[in-house]
Design a protein around this ligand. Structure first.
Ligand SMILES: Cc1cc2nc3c(=O)[nH]c(=O)nc-3n(C[C@H](O)[C@H](O)[C@H](O)COP(=O)(O)OP(=O)(O)OC[C@H]3O[C@@H](n4cnc5c(N)ncnc54)[C@H](O)[C@@H]3O)c2cc1C
Length: 512
């Protein structure tokens, strides 16, 4: 069996950055199920938040993050996030990421729910691509071994401790075993669970399913963020129109041209994401339309084309000159706040198993993520994970301040309709019943359907069937958590419980 000190699963920012740090301490293997640059990181537009501006402070960044998290942030983790941000940005610059500058100073923009401009960006609105390309080049030049088109299928434990993985190599068709001391799960989010999503094909929640099946704790799965503004054009994937577009002065109008956001929030177009997403949904229902419009025609055209070259070009390629006509948009599934529960050192409850990036739940996002905190979270907690592997702790997860309730997935009576599952069916079910607005009937129907599907799934053999298995586990965790949480908080909105309840200031955690 091939043996490495570290096995990193995934090659987005979390996988690449972790690998580049880990190689300083031992041998490293990255397995990644597509090409090295197939990931969500590549799609990130807006940028990375860090309190480095003159009128900013870690304290202000802390407050904004806590406000967005709606009572469920792990304050210790948030404190670490905001305090360590400037150093991690410096690391990224050290690796060669070319952040945009104005007059020699790093340029900062503002996004919704940030009280000041604190978002660093690269290539205007191509921040993720610049990071991914830069870090993957660094990895290629390093001694890190990379296995592309290789999907991790199982975590191998020995006496409860990590000792390796099984993975299927799509080029040879073989299932292989690799031994290791530490695993860094960096498999990203799970946006593909939904019919409309900004996420790429890789975001199927694999790390969460792998960890769950190995006995790791999975937290906060009911909190899934829907981005308010994804392009809504027939036959075009829901391409993200960054929040920074509203930060720079773009305004939302309904199909009748009416500017509706001031009716829903005093922050109008800069209200938190969940508020804007729901407001758009309600406005679409009210006007009987499948979209609203994001209008930047009032901004100087050169500002739009220089600040958002990627968005401008994408829309132009699809027949829309956004400097002249408003952009048709609708919400889409975007970011999973929950995931594999880790402490402030990235450790799970399984010795040797770490999780980083969107697959992890560090607690910094609470019930709702503040825009552009996710790339930052990756850097801060990946660094801490690798540091932790250098300390012999015996590893146990420390319990955060807030209350944690531990559950098992319930077994449910099978549904009468025992039709086989397909991907489109799963995505429609999640979008319709476990989406932006939820209620007990829809959630219960989804829960029964999903547990029935789980029993019918054949043994996986190719990438799609492995991913379908993974997605059903994620969908069950999300649906059951959303059923349990009888309140609305952050990104989780229940029309049958439209307000938040103090008794629900607690975390739902699942374990097998
Ligand atoms: C359109 C879009 C715009 C965004 N904009 C921003 C932004 O401006 N600022 C911000 O902070 N955040 C943004 N985000 C969120 C942010 O980009 C992601 O949270 C972050 O990039 C996640 O990085 P990651 O490394 O955890 O996952 P990813 O970048 O998704 O990488 C996951 C990797 O794991 C691999 N993988 C998955 N399963 C397996 C398996 N079983 N075996 C092997 N490999 C596997 C994948 O192939 C991939 O390489 C955006 C997200 C999207 C989708």
């Amino acid at each position: 069996m091939n043996y490495y000190d570290y096995i990193v699963i995934g090659s987005g920012i979390a996988g690449l950055y972790s690998a580049l740090l880990a190689i300083e301490h031992g041998s490293v293997l990255i397995v990644t199920k597509g090409g090295i640059e197939d990931c969500n990181t590549r799609h990130a537009q807006g940028g990375i938040a860090a309190a480095i501006g003159k009128n900013d402070s870690a304290e202000l960044h802390f407050k904004d993050t806590i406000n967005a998290g709606d009572g469920l942030c792990n304050e210790e983790a948030v404190r670490i996030l905001v305090d360590e941000a400037p150093d991690r940005i410096a690391d990224l610059i050290g690796f060669g990421v070319p952040f945009d500058t104005v007059n020699g100073e790093v340029a900062l923009t503002r996004e919704a729910a940030h009280s000041v401009s604190r978002i660093l960006h690269a290539g205007g609105d191509a921040t993720g691509e610049y990071i991914e390309v830069t870090l993957s080049e660094q990895v290629r030049m390093s001694p890190v071994k990379v296995l592309e088109y290789c999907l991790a299928t199982e975590i191998i434990l020995n006496s409860g401790q990590v000792c390796g993985i099984k993975a299927i190599d799509f080029r040879s068709g073989l299932i292989e075993e690799f031994g290791c001391k530490f695993i860094i799960l960096a498999t990203g989010g799970a946006g593909r669970l939904f019919k409309y999503t900004t996420n790429g094909d890789t975001a199927t929640g694999d790390g969460i399913a792998l960890a769950f099946q190995s006995g790791a704790e999975i937290a906060d799965m009911e909190f899934f963020q829907f981005h308010p503004t994804a392009l809504r054009l027939p036959g075009v994937s829901p391409f993200l129109i960054s929040e920074a577009v509203r930060g720079e002065g773009g305004v939302l109008r309904n199909v009748n041209g009416y500017r509706f956001m001031p009716d829903y929030s005093q922050d109008a177009d800069l209200a938190p994401r969940d508020v804007v997403a729901r407001s758009i949904l309600f406005e679409m229902r009210k006007t009987g339309s499948d979209k609203v419009f994001l209008d930047v025609t009032q901004l100087p055209a050169t500002r739009t084309t220089t600040r958002f070259p990627h968005i401008y070009r994408f829309c132009l390629d699809h027949g829309l000159d956004i400097t002249r006509v408003p952009i048709p948009v609708a919400p889409a599934a975007h970011y999973l706040m929950g995931g594999v529960k880790v402490n402030t050192w990235g450790e799970t409850n399984i010795p040797g198993l770490f999780a980083a990036g969107e697959t992890a739940c560090t607690g910094v996002h609470g019930a709702n993520r503040l825009a552009s905190n996710s790339l930052l979270e990756v850097l801060v907690f990946s660094k801490r994970s690798i540091e932790r592997t250098q300390v012999d702790t015996g590893s146990t997860i420390e319990k955060a301040g807030t209350i944690v309730d531990l559950y098992r997935l319930p077994s449910r009576e099978p549904h009468r309709d025992r039709q086989m599952l397909n991907l489109a069916g799963l995505q429609s079910l999640l979008w319709d019943k476990v989406g932006i607005v939820r209620d007990v009937e829809g959630l219960y129907e989804a829960a029964v359907m999903l547990s029935t599907w789980q029993t019918l799934l054949p043994a996986p053999s190719d990438r799609l069937s492995y991913e379908l298995n993974t997605m059903v586990i994620n969908a069950r965790l999300m649906t059951e958590a959303a059923l349990l949480r009888q309140e609305s908080r952050g990104a989780h909105y229940r029309s049958d419980y439209p307000t938040s309840a103090e008794t629900w200031r607690r975390h739902i955690v699942f374990q097998v």
